[in-house]
Design a protein around this ligand. Structure first.
Ligand code: GLN
Length: 486
């Protein structure tokens, strides 16, 4: 028999095809578990019970007729509520989109539908993916399953908490500045920020289009690699997708090749403010990997300190443009109010004034300011130039090393309410993840301590950053780490 705790994509597939259980049976157990535990955790915004059961029945039928099914068939997953699934709610965590039903499915969802993946429901997030704690959701809080008084991280806090509390086998999130990796680290699960252009952004409610990427969250690096392989590649609706090919090496990395990689340790990612426990945990990872005979080298990424200010100019500029579409003419919250409005201002007041939360408003205002005439050159253009310097730091580093190892976050999961009134402190949560988005690189967050240990300690993650489209390197090192660390 299985237990939800031990179910991974891999073990689900093995059990299903060996007919140890049916997809329907497991799906029902997941919904029972969600209904029992989600009152406490708050991972989901909406459930897709009917749709999930239909898919599970289809998978079971295929298996009963001995038809071959793929490795993801029937796998119950949780999807962040800024990724569209046709005919299901899509709010992006914003009151302004309450009641909105998606009219089409995102590129990644179409790919997963072909694999007969089961979608359990849509998960909570910071409004429009803006935040690091999921406290900016327009609907409710999500709690960290390891300590209910703490945040799960954000903005994909719902998906990370769902996987960590066994309310889904795996999940999808989106990462603009750390939103897959930081909640994965806080919840003790694995999260991959994919190379910019490797996964379709079609049907992802855009936050900052030059930074956004959808990425998988799961319990093991191997599962993340499987889900990534399934969603990677383009479609006709994302012009920035490079349509990359990813082969078998993602799933079966060779130890010989992994040992031939050199891992860089950038001094800028180990400042004196780094939490002591995190510093120690990451040192332990380096020792474990040295045990595998992987080589290490000290490197430097000198422009790292400019990444946060640079991101907080480019990102809001793009946010202000992307959020302009929610003007109340399209995506109207309450149709009647739109029809009865006396003028445009009343429509905006209703849609944005009442529909957007504080953080969304702050970023729209900031973004409009840095793009305005007279300030564009001083802020936006300057930030674009700094972005190039940050990318060049990585280009230089990747001449000497193949993979870069860093902490994911400067602190352990913080308490609910601790940072919500101090945006600058909240923004600092992402200082180790943001440079990766500015440079468009892939990076994975992997738990240091065994996520299932259950001794009350809080999870700590480490980050592996790779060259563009070299997810195989970071996931390969990660898969071997996982073998020796458990
Ligand atoms: N926490 C960062 C922000 O608020 C990153 C968000 C994200 O990656 N979506 O901008």
């Amino acid at each position: 028999m299985y237990s939800l705790k031990n179910l991974t994509i891999k073990s689900f597939h093995e059990g299903l095809t060996a007919k140890k259980f049916s997809a329907l049976e497991v799906t029902r157990v997941f919904f029972d578990h969600i209904k029992e535990t989600d009152k406490k955790i708050g991972a989901y915004l909406s459930l897709n019970e009917e749709g999930a059961i239909k898919t599970a029945e289809r998978v079971d039928l295929a298996i009963s007729q001995n038809e071959p099914v793929g490795a993801l068939a029937g796998v119950p997953i949780a999807v962040k509520d800024n990724i569209l699934i046709k005919a299901l709610p899509a709010t992006a965590g914003s009151k302004s989109l309450e009641g909105h039903i998606a009219s089409y499915s995102a590129g990644v969802i179409q790919k997963l539908k072909k694999e007969l993946v089961t979608f359990l429901g849509k998960t909570n997030l910071d409004e429009f993916a803006m935040g690091s704690s999921t406290e900016n959701s327009g609907f409710h809080l999500t709690r960290n399953p390891h300590d209910l008084d703490r945040v799960p991280g954000g903005s994909s806090g719902g998906s990370a908490a769902a996987v960590a509390s066994h309310q889904a086998v795996a999940g999808l999130g989106s990462d603009t500045g750390g939103s897959v990796r930081q909640p994965a680290a806080f919840c003790g699960v694995v999260g991959l920020k994919t190379t910019y252009g490797s996964v379709s952004r079609s049907g992802l409610i855009a936050m900052a289009s030059s930074l956004d990427q959808i990425g998988p969250i799961a319990k093991t690096v191997e599962d993340v690699a499987m889900l990534f392989r399934a969603i990677a590649g383009g479609d006709d609706y994302d012009a920035t997708n490079s349509n990359p090919e990813y082969g078998e090496e993602l799933l079966n990395p060779s130890l010989e090749k992994i040992r031939a990689l050199t891992v860089g340790i950038p001094s800028e990612y180990f400042p004196k403010e780094l939490d002591e426990e995190i510093g120690k945990a990451v040192d332990g990872v380096v020792m474990d990997l040295q045990g595998l005979k992987i080589n290490f080298k000290k490197i430097t990424l000198p422009h790292t300190k400019y990444a946060l200010p640079c991101y907080y100019i480019i990102m809001p500029a793009e946010v202000s443009s992307n959020l302009a579409r929610f003007d109340g003419i399209r995506y109207s919250r309450i149709e009647e109010k739109r029809l009865n409005a006396k003028n445009l201002r009343e429509i905006y007041t209703h849609q944005k004034g009442e529909g957007f939360g504080t953080e969304a408003k702050r970023r729209v205002i900031l973004g409009t300011f840095v793009l305005s005439s007279g300030y564009y050159d001083a802020y936006y253009q300057k930030a674009q130039q700094v972005r190039t310097l940050i990318k060049q730091d990585f280009d230089e580093a990747f001449k000497k090393v193949d993979v870069i190892l860093t902490p994911v976050t400067p602190t352990l999961p913080f308490r609910i309410g601790e940072k919500i009134s101090d945006p600058y402190q909240m923004y600092l949560s992402d200082i180790f993840t943001i440079p990766v988005n500015l440079a468009g690189l892939p990076a994975v967050s992997i738990p240091v301590n065994d996520w299932n240990k259950g001794d009350g300690s809080l999870p700590v993650g480490f980050q592996l950053i790779g060259r563009h489209f070299r997810e195989a390197d970071i996931l390969g090192v990660g898969q071997y780490y996982e073998k020796i660390a458990k």
